[in-house]
Design a protein around this ligand. Structure first.
Ligand SMILES: Cc1ncc(COP(=O)(O)O)c(C=O)c1O
Length: 423
């Protein structure tokens, strides 16, 4: 055994070569999917991921920001089993008791300025619905522009690509939404919100904010987001937050946008990922006058509010919003943030963005970042490989302090090794 601790097990024969299973699957899937780390997931429990040979990693990905309540959380598993045993595992859009219970709970823990929710399946669908809400609302109120941000990511459908800020993201479609205006993302703390770069204020229908930019956990400078928010509210534009990665206590409070201060009150909030810590479900929170623009608006799908997903989501948010558990998470979260920020002591680390249980470690270029991820994996720690000049860390919120310290020990060793060759 190369690595053997209570939290990590890596056998001598483990390698990151593309194994047989990886090859067989990638022959049947697009190359774009196959470009993942060749690590077979056999099971995942709490903050550990296991492969088929018993290798075991401390998971710093939460399966890419989903399993806030831990992998295979026992309460969520029980809720899923109970729902399956009740013989209601699909219900189209008919009323079900479990959907009622879940929506009621979601709205009851959310701020009172949200009174309606749209249930969908994926984050991309939630953002698509948000885009649609802004468009319809804008048409009704004689406003047309949507303000979005360079570098943002909002999912993978056409409307998502139209508001995502990577250059030419929607070019493949030859569709351009001339009404979407991109502002540069304020990467510097001193960057300020400049309304002179915007179209006429009374013609702006909405602002689309990603709570933080995914690839490097880049947050808006506090002043910037407050000024942009105040500007939108003053001129009657809708404020939409895509809180896919920041939602469900990832950053401390229930929703990530809340870390910017109490005055930030979105009109549209797109949620997914941590909403179930498991099965596919997403939601948009908003208000009656925005959501109910047209009875024929297509705001649900065949699988929206699947009862098994609703059961998982209800158990998840009950688990995560339990007061005692919230208190218990505080110290590990502080430790995680502190340990993340300490990584700036290494010369190859350019910047660390950390808030709550998410961190983006920024490097000069992609190579050292990817090399550090590989070394961590070879030593039993699984960070997010962004394939860019960053590494992301986001463990399940259930991770204990000693596992956090152990994981950072591995990350630090990997940085030290890579730094030797990079300088
Ligand atoms: C900010 C943000 N928006 C939207 C999405 C799309 O979510 P999904 O992959 O569930 O469609 C993601 C996914 O990573 C995301 O990070």
């Amino acid at each position: 055994m190369r690595v053997h601790t209570p939290y990590r097990e890596i056998r001598e024969d483990f390698s990151l070569e593309r194994n047989e299973l990886y090859q067989k699957i990638s022959e049947m899937e697009p190359n774009a999917v196959a470009n993942t780390i060749p690590l077979t997931w056999a099971k995942a429990k709490d903050f550990s991921v296991f492969d088929e040979k018993g290798n075991k990693w401390i998971d710093l990905t939460s399966g890419i920001f989903v399993t806030n309540a831990g992998h295979a959380n026992p309460l969520i598993k029980d809720a899923i089993k109970r729902q399956v045993d009740s013989d209601l595992i699909f219900s189209y859009n008919y009323p079900t008791e479990i959907k009622y219970q879940f929506i009621s709970k979601l709205l009851s823990i959310s701020p009172p300025y949200f009174d309606k929710t749209i249930l969908l399946m994926s984050g991309s669908e939630a953002v698509d619905a948000g885009y649609k809400l802004i468009k319809f609302w804008g048409a009704k109120h004689g406003k047309k522009y949507i303000v979005a941000f360079g570098g943002a990511y909002h999912g993978r459908g056409l409307s998502n690509d139209l508001v995502s800020g990577s250059k030419n993201k929607a070019e493949w479609s030859r569709v351009k939404d001339e009404e979407v205006i991109f502002l540069d993302f304020p990467y510097e703390e001193t960057d300020s919100f400049d309304p002179s770069k915007l179209p006429p204020a009374d013609q702006i229908a909405g602002f689309v904010f990603e709570t933080f930019q995914g690839w490097g956990a880049w947050f808006y400078p506090d002043r910037f987001i407050k000024d942009a928010h105040a500007f939108a509210k003053k001129h009657g534009a809708l404020v939409m937050f895509d809180d896919m990665q920041g939602g469900f206590y990832r950053l401390g409070p229930l929703y990530g946008y809340m870390t910017y201060g109490e005055e930030i009150k979105p009109d549209i909030l797109c949620l997914g990922k941590g909403i179930t810590s498991s099965l596919p479900l997403s939601a948009v929170l908003s208000r009656k006058e925005i959501v109910d623009f047209d009875e024929k608006a297509d705001l649900h799908g065949t699988q929206s509010a699947n009862p098994v997903c609703c059961a998982a989501a209800l158990a998840d948010i009950e688990f995560l919003s339990d007061e005692k558990r919230k208190k218990e998470r505080e110290k590990p979260m502080e430790l995680f943030e502190r340990e993340s920020k300490k990584l700036t002591e290494f010369p190859i680390v350019k910047k660390v963005n950390a808030r709550g249980m998410i961190a983006g470690i920024i490097f000069e270029n992609t190579e050292p970042a990817t090399e550090i991820v590989k070394r961590c994996i070879m030593n039993g720690v699984l960070p997010v490989c962004t394939n860019r000049n960053s590494i992301k860390l986001a463990p399940p919120l259930t991770i204990p302090e000693d596992a956090i310290l152990e994981a950072f020990g591995v990350i630090r060793d990997a940085i030290i090794e890579v730094q030797k060759t990079a300088r």
